[in-house]
Write a new protein. Structure first.
Length: 275
């Protein structure tokens, strides 16, 4: 049993329809952690057709997500210029929207996204009050990619591990008690805020760092968690082909102000314009 769910305020960009017209895809930005915005390829089935979407619109979003893999197709349409399209390496995650609602009156919209994660804890370290967890979450675009790339020598991968480094931060709530650190091999369910996305030399996300707010222990696992990429991670700034920022929002129209240039992320996590 494992799962990864993301909840937060997102800015939608490169809105495009797929299939019969009720399915939408978005390049979504969630508020920056310490080293840049979380960029997620999101898919949504607009079942009743009651919502409309424009570039720069902001929504409360709840989605099932996992780490992006190279074989996923972003389904860009012809009206989106080639130079504006993101490669799979420029997305941190991919997911299916479960619920969303327009967010026109949130000012500022700078709220860290919260994750809910279930899976098996391992590499527990008491000195840093941290542990790792590699949950697997079903995502339709990952399953679609598995179907399109399966061969006799390359088996289908319908789910992918999502590497998480969880840390229980210092807090007054633990002043007179120990931090609730799980033992290795323990099933847990936790929630917490994203604080950092670790990326490799190619600026591809390799691990998601979360500060734990709540945790529940669910029993012991007899199966080791699936290993994730061993690519070394580093903290680096990223450049994304996105026009919108969490600053200078238009509250009345539920949109964010476009930039004339690509975004880059400064060391203090504020968004600036590249030359």
């Amino acid at each position: 049993m494992s799962a990864v769910q993301l909840t937060g305020i997102a800015i939608f960009e490169h809105v495009r329809q797929s299939g019969k017209g009720l399915t939408f895809l978005f390049d979504a930005q969630f508020f920056p952690a310490t080293n840049g915005p979380l960029v997620v390829l999101l898919k949504y089935f607009n079942r009743n057709g009651e919502l409309s979407f424009t570039d720069g619109s902001r929504f409360f979003v709840e989605a099932n997500v996992t780490k992006m893999i190279d074989s996923v197709d972003p389904h860009y349409t012809e009206d989106i210029p080639e130079e504006s399209r993101l490669t799979t390496k420029e997305f941190d995650m991919v997911g299916d929207i479960v619920w969303l609602c327009p967010a026109p009156k949130v000012n500022p919209p700078s709220r860290l996204p919260i994750f809910r994660v279930a899976g098996v804890a391992f590499n527990t370290h008491a000195s840093t009050a941290s542990f790792k967890i590699h949950p697997e979450q079903y995502v339709s675009l990952v399953k679609e990619a598995a179907g399109s790339t399966t061969t006799a020598s390359i088996p289908a991968v319908k789910v992918t591990a999502c590497p998480v480094l969880a840390t229980i931060p210092d807090s007054p709530r633990y002043k007179f008690s120990k931090k609730p650190l799980p033992t290795n091999g323990r099933y847990i369910f936790m929630s917490g805020f994203l604080t950092k996305v670790e990326r490799n030399n190619e600026e591809h996300a390799v691990r998601f760092c979360i500060d734990v707010e709540t945790i529940a222990f669910l029993g012991n696992s007899l199966i080791a968690p699936r290993a994730a990429s061993r690519t070394p991670a580093k903290n680096c700034s990223t450049t994304k082909k996105l026009k919108y920022t969490f600053d200078d929002t238009d509250e009345e129209n539920n949109t964010s102000t476009p930039l004339k240039r690509k975004l880059s992320v400064a060391s203090d996590a504020s968004l600036t314009q590249t030359e």
